[in-house]
Design a binder for this molecule. Structure first.
Ligand code: ADP
Ligand code: MG
Length: 269
C-alpha cells in the first residue's frame, strides 16, 4: 500500500520559547479531531509539554519519540490514543529526548530519521485503521537544532506561531532562512503555509501594531483568527487538558476551533 499523499504534516516551529507553539499544537490538533479528522501529535520537545496537555504518560522510562529517532523503534510502538478525543493520537517526549540533539549528530541520515519513522507509520495507520491519517502536528523545541531540522525534513508545511508582543518578529528572519535552506537541500516541498497570531490583547496598541505588521509582511498565510491572551488558556495544561476541555465556550477555545477550521479549509495551488 502506498502512503496517502493527503496527510498534511505541519511542523510548529519558532526558535523563541513561550510564543505558543505547544498551546497551538495541542488545541489545533484536538479541534481537528473533534471535527472528525484523524490527527497525530508528535512531541519533539524534551520538556514534553504537549504530552502533558494531552494527558499522555511521559515519565522517564516511557517509550517515546527518542527511541524512534535514535534507536530506530517504529513510531507505532510509542504512539498512544489520546483518551479525551476520538481520532487523536500522540507520540510523547520524555527527558531522554534532551540527549537526542547530540546523539543524532553521529547517526546515519541524521536529518531524515523522523521522516522515515513517519512514512512507515502512515502506511501502518491506513492498514490498521482503514482510513488515512489526515494531519500530523510536530511540536518543536525552542531551537533550530537537529530535532527541528528533522521536523522540517519530515513536514509538508511549517506553522509559525507569533506572539503579539514587542520583539515578536525578532528571529523570524533566521527561521525563514533555515526553512529556505531545508527546502533547497533536503525537502523541496516544504513551505511556510500558516502563521497564527497568539496571545493577542485587544486593549493594547502594541498588539494591534504587531498584527498589522505581520499581516502586511506575510499576507494571506496569516490566519484571520487571533488567539486572545487568556488566563484560561494558560491554566488548562495544569489540569492535563486542552482549552477545548477545560473551558469549551471560552474565547480561547472558540479561537482555536476557528483557527483549525481556517487551516482545514486552506487550499493549495
Ligand atoms: P512554546 O511552546 O512556544 O514555548 P507555550 O504554548 O508553552 O509556548 O506557551 C507559553 C506559555 O504561555 C505557557 O505557559 C502557556 O500556557 C501560555 N499561553 C499560551 N497561549 C496563551 C494564551 N493565548 N493566553 C495566555 N497564555 C497563553
Ligand atoms: Mg513548547
Amino acid at each position: 500500500m502506498s502512503v496517502s499523499r493527503e496527510t498534511r504534516i505541519l511542523t510548529v516551529a519558532n526558535q523563541k520559547g513561550g510564543v505558543g507553539k505547544t498551546t497551538t499544537t495541542v488545541n489545533m490538533a484536538a479541534a481537528l479531531a473533534q471535527e472528525g479528522h484523524t490527527v497525530l501529535v508528535i512531541d519533539l520537545d524534551p520538556q514534553g509539554n504537549a504530552s502533558t496537555a494531552l494527558d499522555v504518560p511521559h515519565h522517564a522510562g516511557t517509550a517515546d519519540i527518542y527511541t524512534c529517532l535514535v534507536q530506530d523503534a517504529p513510531l507505532t510502538s510509542v504512539t498512544v490514543k489520546v483518551a479525551a478525543f476520538d481520532g487523536l493520537y500522540c507520540a510523547p517526549a520524555t527527558i531522554d529526548l534532551a540527549g537526542a540533539e547530540i546523539e543524532l549528530v553521529s547517526l546515519v541520515a541524521r536529518e531524515n530519521r523522523l521522516k522515515r519513522a513517519i512514512s512507515d507509520y502512515l502506511v501502518h495507520f491506513e492498514q490498521t485503521e482503514g482510513r488515512p491519517l489526515d494531519y500530523i502536528f510536530i511540536d518543536c523545541p525552542p531551537s533550530l537544532g537537529l530535532l527541528t531540522v528533522n521536523a522540517f525534513v519530515a513536514a509538508t508545511e511549517v506553522l509559525i506561531p507569533i506572539q503579539c508582543e514587542y520583539y515578536a518578529l525578532e528571529g523570524l528572519g533566521q527561521l525563514l532562512k533555515t526553512v529556505e535552506l531545508i527546502r533547497g537541500q533536503l525537502n523541496p516541498v516544504l513551505k511556510v503555509s500558516t502563521i497564527i497570531l497568539t496571545m493577542y490583547d485587544a486593549r493594547t496598541r502594541l498588539a494591534q501594531d504587531v498584527v498589522a505588521e505581520v499581516r502586511e509582511h506575510f499576507g494571506d498565510i496569516v490566519l484571520q483568527t487571533l488567539v486572545p491572551r487568556s488566563v484560561r488558556v494558560s491554566e488548562a495544561p495544569s489540569r492535563h487538558q486542552t482549552i477545548l476541555q477545560y473551558d469549551p465556550n471560552s474565547p480561547g477555545a472558540l479561537s482555536y476551533r476557528e483557527a483549525a477550521r481556517e487551516l482545514s479549509q486552506k487550499v493549495f495551488a
